[in-house]
Design a protein around this ligand. Structure first.
Ligand SMILES: Cc1ncc(COP(=O)(O)O)c(C=O)c1O
Length: 419
């Protein structure tokens, strides 16, 4: 590499460092400590840390039988998939997982991806394509996205490379704004895609999918090919809703295509989309990140299959109940200490507002010294001035874990003059 290009790279890294938003120096976890009755602790630099920043909402990541299912799958099918599915075939486990996750969501079919990020790239790109050709037909499709959607949705829209007239953003959770955009574009496009997160991962806010579905249905006949609702519910599924079916269950609306991950509430890894068989067949024929990229490993497929079955059963119900109890306990405890929350939510993401990258970093460092892991969330992940500490509650936390954490949180907030 030429020195002049290296200088460009150095300057970009310097800009991120100066803004206190660097992400490359991740904490290195050497292993986990398991003690009876406590949530697992991450071992970092020889010390044990309680995790309040994991998406493993039900604590399934360390579930003995799920790990065993992963090990058995690996023994039977090998460490990796060997090739993409259409070249070398697919394992029975991957097929069974598709059947199981489709059933879990009450849909006809499901398609697996290596990650939900890959699923979003595929779904958005493919549903923007023209009707009969494998090329984009600009002028045909309007994409309308909630302004705070996840990066994978933003990149999905970018990758589709549509002209700017074909893209619009509605104000966050603002259906009047969405309605205005749909109304203004009647007659200009054949099809509209409305895309949203179910749970917005930065604040744990929930999209009202019932309201969103109603808006889409209201204008369905105004566009030749209708309005398609795509929902990414990565943080909702296996975390939220009475039986863990996520935002659809919690708010009552139904997506045409629902994207999810096995890498959060289910405790494993890999992404998927569910919907009508026709839509999923179309994705199998056109989604580049499915056709030209490996699926998750056999171990991940086997473990995910077991994890879905657990969430569907009595154990899942009791873990979801325990998670809700822990969330209430945490919220009450922290409120008593004088904190207020950025949003009122019953989702396990409970963000504490700091409003400044410096204070966020100082708080996270202080909590780390006290043996707790939390995440600082800064621009560009959230708008400038909306910096926060993202606390994530899990079913694996004990009351003692939560009490200790709340106490240290208060100490750190006082030191940082947050309260
Ligand atoms: C809303 C949302 N969508 C998609 C993803 C990507 O999930 P995966 O890790 O399966 O790619 C994430 C993960 O951060 C997310 O929060």
């Amino acid at each position: 590499m030429k020195e002049s290009f290296k200088e460009v790279l150095r300057s970009e890294i310097g800009r991120v460092d100066a803004a206190h938003t660097a992400k490359r120096n991740e904490r290195v976890i050497e292993g986990f400590l398991f003690t009876d009755g406590n949530a697992p602790r991450a071992i970092i630099g020889g010390r044990a840390y309680a995790l309040f920043n994991s998406n493993d909402y039900l604590g399934l990541r360390f579930h003995k039988l799920i790990r065993e299912a992963g090990r058995k799958a690996e023994e039977k099918f090998g460490a990796g998939p060997g090739a993409v599915r259409f070249i070398s075939g697919t394992s029975r486990l991957h097929k069974n997982l598709e059947v199981e996750i489709a059933k879990f969501h009450g849909r006809e079919d499901a398609i697996l991806f290596s990650s939900a990020f890959a699923a979003n790239l595929a779904v958005i790109h493919c549903f923007m394509k023209g009707q009969s050709r494998d090329t984009l037909v600009s002028g045909n499709v309007l994409v309308i996205s909630d302004e705070l959607n996840h990066r994978s949705i933003i990149d999905g829209i970018r990758v589709a490379n549509l002209p700017k007239e074909n893209k619009a953003m509605f104000k966050h959770k603002d259906f009047a704004d969405l309605r205005r955009i749909i109304e203004e574009n009647k007659g200009k496009f054949a099809r509209v895609l409305v895309i949203t997160d179910g749970v917005f991962s930065m604040l744990g806010e929930v999209q009202d999918l019932y309201g969103l579905r109603s808006v889409c249905d209201e204008f369905q006949e105004e566009y030749d090919e209708g309005i398609i609702l795509i929902v990414d519910d990565c943080h909702g599924v296996a975390a939220f809703g009475e039986t863990g079916r996520g935002t659809e269950e919690a708010t009552g609306g139904r997506a045409d295509i629902l994207v999810g991950t096995f890498g959060k509430g289910f405790g494993v890894n890999g992404g998927y989309a569910v919907g009508d068989k026709l839509a999923i067949d179309y994705l199998r024929e056109s989604a580049a990140t499915y056709i030209y990229s490996n699926p998750c490993s056999p171990a991940e497929a086997g473990a995910s299959l077991f994890a879905v079955q657990i969430v569907e059963g009595l154990e899942g119900q009791s873990l979801l109940k325990r998670l809700q109890d822990n969330i209430s306990y945490f919220k009450e405890g922290v409120k008593k200490l004088g904190f207020s929350f950025v949003v009122s939510s019953t989702h396990p993401i409970q963000p504490i507002s700091t409003k400044s990258p410096e204070k966020t970093k100082a708080m996270v460092d202080l909590l780390f010294k006290e043996g707790f892991l939390v995440t600082n969330i800064n621009y560009p992940v959230v708008p400038r001035g909306q910096d926060e500490i993202r606390v994530q509650v899990s079913a694996s936390h004990t009351r003692l874990d939560i009490d200790e954490f709340a106490k240290k949180l208060k100490g750190a907030a006082l030191s940082c003059r947050l309260m």
